[in-house]
Ligand binder design. Structure first.
Ligand code: B12
Length: 211
């Protein structure tokens, strides 16, 4: 693996924001593709940090530092991805469901959608059901993306979909779901139109709805 990619992965894993910035700049200077940098360094770095958290080796301060380093690196790559994109193919409204403050995955999906020429209305984190409904009425997107990162908050996805139905908004809208505990099986159970395994999968599926 390219040394700059390895340095970037390590910097995110260890929560070294300054080193992550330098390494991300080095990756771009070497002409590596933004998507390659995301998939071979940035995601493996934060995913490994997540594994160490799961194994009880990382604590909240460690994971926060890794998340900050991740954000520094992704901000640089984002600028490049946005520069590469032109025009708009359609509109997606995206947000993280109520009670859930995780935003790294959602932000990556937003970046990827923007790079893939979609106009994104980002509702942020901890979004109440009514806000999703209001945003769909106001922005009339072709696609709604719902992110949930905990098995507890994941249940709100069902509430959002039910509220959209009640308001007569469901038929003209494709609903995509994703996040740490979300699976294809869960997407089927709540009658979502698609499950996005990662940001690239999410973009491909969103685009297929616009074709
Ligand atoms: C980083 C992290 C944090 C950070 C969040 C920083 C931030 N700004 O987001 C901090 C430390 C703040 C945090 C807090 C908490 N966390 Co936390 N966190 C994580 C961790 C380690 C990584 C998540 C992450 O960002 N992954 C990296 C991103 C890039 O991946 P991703 O989210 O999966 O996203 C990808 C795909 O899922 C997909 N995708 C994502 N969103 C969407 C949306 C759509 C529409 C689509 C189509 C696709 C899609 O594309 C993304 C890119 O490829 C996970 C552990 C893990 N194994 O994942 C726990 C984890 C999610 N957290 C957990 C918990 C319990 C908490 C806390 C309650 C801890 C506490 N006791 O305070 C709080 C909750 C606060 C709240 N109310 O939300 C649990 C949830 C368990 C559960 N019940 O399901 C996990 C699983 C850890 C664990 N095993 O216990 N957390």
């Amino acid at each position: 693996m390219d040394q700059a990619l390895e340095d970037l992965r390590e910097a995110i894993l260890k929560g070294e924001g300054d080193l992550a910035q330098v390494a991300a700049q080095e990756c771009l200077k070497r002409g590596l593709a933004p998507l390659q940098i995301v998939h071979e360094a940035i995601l493996p770095g934060i995913q490994r940090a997540g594994e160490l958290w799961n194994q009880g080796e990382y604590f909240i301060p460690d994971i926060v530092m890794s998340a900050e380093a991740y954000k520094t690196a992704i901000a640089l790559i984002e600028q490049q991805l946005k520069k590469d994109s032109l025009g708009k193919l359609g509109r997606i409204v995206l947000g993280v469901v109520a009670g859930d403050m995780h935003d790294l995955g959602k932000n990556l999906v937003v970046t990827m959608m923007q790079a893939g020429q979609l106009e994104v209305v980002d509702l942020g984190v901890n979004v109440p059901v009514e806000t999703f409904v209001r945003a769909v009425k106001e922005h009339r997107p072709q696609v709604l993306g719902l992110g949930a990162y905990m098995s507890t908050t994941m249940l709100s996805i069902r509430d959002v979909i039910a509220a959209l139905k009640e308001e007569g908004l469901r038929d003209d809208l494709k609903v995509m779901v994703g996040g740490v505990p979300v699976t294809q099986k869960f997407a089927d159970e709540v009658a979502a139109d698609a499950y996005g395994r990662d940001a690239i999968d999410a973009l491909e599926k969103a685009k297929s709805f616009l074709a």
